[in-house]
Design a protein around this ligand. Structure first.
Ligand SMILES: Cc1cc2nc3c(=O)[nH]c(=O)nc-3n(C[C@H](O)[C@H](O)[C@H](O)COP(=O)(O)OP(=O)(O)OC[C@H]3O[C@@H](n4cnc5c(N)ncnc54)[C@H](O)[C@@H]3O)c2cc1C
Length: 425
């Protein structure tokens, strides 16, 4: 592993000037040189979302020699709202079970999932339709064959607060952040023969080129390792490493099958709704809802079908989608939801793995110093603490120690072996 020399403003200045994509004026150059990152880093993490910051935190926490340079590069400056001197972080955890409802068709999968969860020590109960009706009398249960409900350590929390907590702690441990967009890589490559006798190219990222904000110039960092934690945009970052495009599951091509998919969340008011007793309900139809606060408000959503996938150019909310695709499902499950008022809504991008809707985690088989933590398809928040820890072990120790995530490696895409996530919502 590259153990880089310390942050040198002079070297950085020289490198910045040398790597400028055009000839800036001296005024521009002076502005560029402010707050530049180091010219070398052991690990460059592309993406300052929850995954990037969790990986950065765990790397520094587990770096026993405490001399590793970790750089997080984030292109969106609006992601940085941290106020120094904040009180201890409260992620506003709201304990509540996740209630999954299964139709006759889905009951076997639900049972299978619960078996695995119990084997791993989770306390999850299975409910018959009768038990369900008794516990939640406000719910229609005649089309439900089986339900599962978490009994402890489940709930929801404020994701932004958790992200800030990881960021704050990681920075306090010495992680460097830089606000700029990674636009390309400098690579070297050599041809090798695989065990199967095929020719392949092993590559290495030698330079990470970062566009300096409000400037025509770029700055280059020499990385030991690069982590692609660019969420919905991680497919574009993978392409920068000349990871070819093509269909997943074929041996010769190995595109990262992750793309942005727009998803809506609707907040509605329903005074006659289930109230405090409302868990997170995942309906047989894939629609979900839960209580939001204590004033008769709820949030809900539903993933569109492949044919209904909305355009991803902007984050406009489609209100017709609620009327036609979400509300009928809610009202079918909870008759009192027939009368409700939508108060607000928002949209975001899933980092959607089109291959098997699961995370892609770990080292790339051919670009040897490129690691991935992406493709979580709507589950990245809950996975971020564990993935960060596991990635830190993989980078620092060369293997997973706490939890084996090899099943989610990039290799499965080459080999066409799906680790299918069936409960995407
Ligand atoms: C509507 C909705 C509901 C969700 N609900 C849940 C839920 O209930 N539970 C759950 O676990 N998850 C949920 N998720 C998913 C979760 O929000 C994501 O999986 C998670 O936020 C992904 O984090 P990330 O750090 O991997 O990616 P992001 O948060 O997308 O961060 C990636 C960052 O990389 C930056 N970046 C990209 N390209 C570059 C570049 N070239 N140079 C520099 N920076 C770059 C981007 O600006 C971005 O900030 C939901 C998502 C949505 C949209």
């Amino acid at each position: 592993m590259l153990r880089c020399r310390g942050w040198s403003p002079l070297a950085a200045a020289a490198a910045a000037a040398a790597s400028s994509s055009s000839s800036p004026s001296s005024r521009e150059r002076r502005a560029d040189l402010l707050d530049l990152p180091p010219d070398e880093a052991d690990v460059v993490i592309i993406g300052g979302g929850i995954m990037g910051w969790s990986i950065a935190y765990w790397l520094k926490k587990n770096d026993t020699e405490q001399d590793m340079t970790v750089l997080v590069v984030e292109k969106d400056p609006s992601d940085y709202l941290l106020v120094a001197g904040d009180p201890p972080i409260d992620i506003q955890f709201n304990p509540s079970g996740y209630l999954f409802l299964a139709s006759e068709e889905g009951a076997a999968v639900l049972e299978h999932n619960v078996r695995i969860q119990r084997e791993e020590g989770a306390k999850v109960s299975l409910l018959s339709p009768e038990q369900l009706k008794k516990k939640y009398p406000w719910m229609r249960t005649d089309d439900v064959a089986l339900a599962s409900c978490g009994m402890e350590n489940e709930g929801w929390f404020d994701p932004w607060t958790l992200l800030l907590a990881f960021q704050k702690k990681a920075k306090s441990l010495g992680v460097i952040e830089y606000c700029g967009e990674v636009t390309s890589f400098g690579m070297t490559s050599r041809e090798v023969t695989t065990f199967e006798g095929q020719r392949a190219h092993l590559s290495h990222i030698r330079k990470v080129h970062i566009k300096i904000p409000n400037s025509p110039n770029t700055f280059s960092v020499a990385p030991g390792m690069v982590v692609n934690a660019a969420g919905a945009w991680s497919g574009s970052v993978a392409e920068m490493a000349s990871i070819e495009t093509g269909e997943p599951g074929t041996k010769s091509v190995y595109k990262l099958p992750v793309e942005p998919r727009k998803r809506y969340v609707y907040v509605f008011h329903c005074p006659a709704g289930p109230g405090l007793a409302c868990p997170v309900v995942i309906d047989t139809t894939g629609a979900y809802f839960r209580r939001e606060g204590l004033g008769g408000n709820y949030i809900a959503g539903c993933s569109p079908t492949e044919e209904e996938e909305p355009d991803i150019q902007d984050l406009e909310v489609d209100h017709g989608f609620f009327q036609e695709n979400v509300w009928p499902k809610l009202a079918q499950r909870v008759p009192n939801f027939e009368s409700l008022k939508v108060k607000s809504s928002w949209a975001g991008y899933y980092d959607y793995n089109t291959f098997d809707q699961n995370g892609v985690i770990g080292q790339h088989p051919f670009v040897r110093n490129l690691y991935f933590a992406t493709g979580f398809s709507g589950h990245g928040l809950q996975h971020s603490p564990t993935v960060g820890l596991a990635m830190s072990e993989l980078i620092l120790d060369g293997k997973y120690k706490t939890i084996d995530l090899n099943v989610l490696s990039f290799d499965r895409i080459l080999n066409g072996k799906k680790a299918l996530e069936r409960n995407i919502i």
